[in-house]
Every structure is written in structure tokens, then in C-alpha cells.
Design a protein around this ligand. Structure first.
Ligand code: SF4
Length: 228
């Protein structure tokens, strides 16, 4: 499979675009796939198809590790390792906060033994924290960032911001200010860009970045008032 990379205009493949051991690349399911364009499409449906192909790939863990070590255009543009670029950036920011996913355990969570349970939990739980608590009741000890990767791999959104309860009438902007100002400021202080912080929280796009900017401005004003 050979495709034109949208970022660099060079021909490449998801599995072959970054340096890696030949061994895992030879086992990648995208290597000879007819779905090459889906890996670099901006279409949500195409990216979803590419991610679904990744989930059945035997080298998804190796590929994601390799994607994240690579500084190439595929890292910024293509679906790889079962994640799209926003999700990989979110994972990068998780690590800035000291949260490192156990990719082997995430793989277990999307295995036939656990996948149905994970999908059920992701649809009924309002937060990653709630999914972790439910899995703990099942006897599986796993952290939030690992569950987040598994939820992404299973086709879910895996947003860091919790879904509001039906009787909670706040807007997402208000929720961001009330519940996530600390993490926004912490990521900003570690050098994260506003758009990436928004992607980390699960509110990508222009509005998400604006919302993050509002939080940072409010935090700066509060800091100045405290100092005065
Ligand atoms: S995880 Fe996806 S991008 Fe990576 S080798 Fe497998 S199919 Fe290709």
C-alpha cells in the first residue's frame, strides 16, 4: 500500500513511515490494505474506518509506541496505532501530567474477554473515573489513562471532561471553568498549546481552544488579584 501523505506530500504508509524494527512492520494489517487513503483523510468516517482496522492489527501496541517516538508527519497527520492525531496529542499531555498508559493492559481491555464490558461501561458511565471504578468492582485494577486508550481503541470518545448529569444545566464552558481550571493551568504551565489542551479534555476545535483561553485569562486575573 502506498499513499500520498497530506502533510509532507511524500509517499508513505502508516506502518512504514517511521523507523522501526522490520519485524513488527511485516505483521501490520495496513501494509497491504486497500484502505490506505482512510489513514490520512480528514473525514471523520474515514478516520473511524482506519481506527477500526488498527484495532484488529496484531502490532497495535508496537505501532503506537513507534508513532509516539517518531517526529514525522504521520505523527501529526495520520491515524496510527489505533489513534487519530488529537488522541495522540491528548496522550502526550497525559504524560506531561505524569499519567502513562499501560498499552499491554489497554490491549487486554479490547480483547474478546473484556470488549463487551468496556463498551457497556463507556456508554453508561459519565467519566473515565467511573469506568475505572466499575472495572475495579469486576476485579480489574487499571488506571484512567490506560482505560482512556482502550476506550479510544474500542471506538469511543474517551473525553477527559465528564458528561454532565441530566439535571446539571451548566454549559460546557461553565463546566470547564468550574471543574477543569486546575488541569488547564497545569498543562499551560508545562508548555501545552491551547488547542492541544482542548483536545486533551475532549473539546477539540476552535471553540475548545477559545474556552481554554477564557479559563487561562480568568486564572491570570485571579492570580493578579491575589497578588495585589
Ligand atoms: S496499528 Fe494501524 S497504522 Fe499501525 S500497523 Fe496496525 S493497522 Fe497500521
Amino acid at each position: 500500500m502506498t499513499i500520498l501523505n497530506a502533510g509532507t506530500r511524500r509517499r508513505t504508509t502508516p506502518a512504514a513511515s517511521a523507523p522501526a524494527t522490520p519485524d513488527w512492520k511485516t505483521r501490520s494489517v495496513c501494509r497491504n490494505s486497500e484502505m490506505a487513503d482512510d489513514f490520512f483523510s480528514t473525514s471523520t468516517a474515514a478516520k473511524k474506518r482506519a481506527r477500526a482496522l488498527c484495532v484488529g492489527c496484531p502490532v497495535i501496541v508496537e505501532c503506537l509506541k513507534n508513532q509516539r517516538q517518531s517526529d514525522g508527519a504521520i505523527y501529526r497527520w495520520g491515524v496510527g496505532g489505533g489513534l487519530d492525531p488529537d488522541q495522540r496529542r491528548a496522550l502526550e499531555l497525559e504524560e506531561l501530567l505524569g499519567n502513562v498508559a499501560d498499552l499491554g493492559m489497554a490491549r487486554v481491555l479490547v480483547s474478546p474477554r473484556w470488549l463487551h464490558r468496556l463498551k457497556s461501561l463507556r456508554s453508561r458511565c459519565r467519566s473515565l473515573e467511573a469506568v475505572v471504578a466499575a472495572l475495579r468492582e469486576d476485579g480489574l485494577i487499571v488506571d484512567e489513562v490506560t482505560v482512556r486508550v482502550a476506550v479510544w481503541w474500542s471506538g469511543g470518545e474517551g473525553a477527559r471532561m465528564a458528561r454532565l448529569a441530566p439535571d446539571d444545566r451548566r454549559s460546557w464552558r461553565q463546566q470547564l471553568r468550574d471543574d477543569y481550571a486546575d488541569v488547564v493551568v497545569a498543562l499551560h504551565e508545562r508548555g501545552a498549546r491551547r488547542a492541544d489542551i482542548a483536545a486533551y479534555l475532549g473539546i477539540p476545535g476552535t471553540n475548545g481552544a477559545k474556552g481554554v483561553g477564557e479559563v487561562l485569562r480568568a486564572a491570570a486575573v485571579a492570580g493578579m488579584e491575589l497578588a495585589a
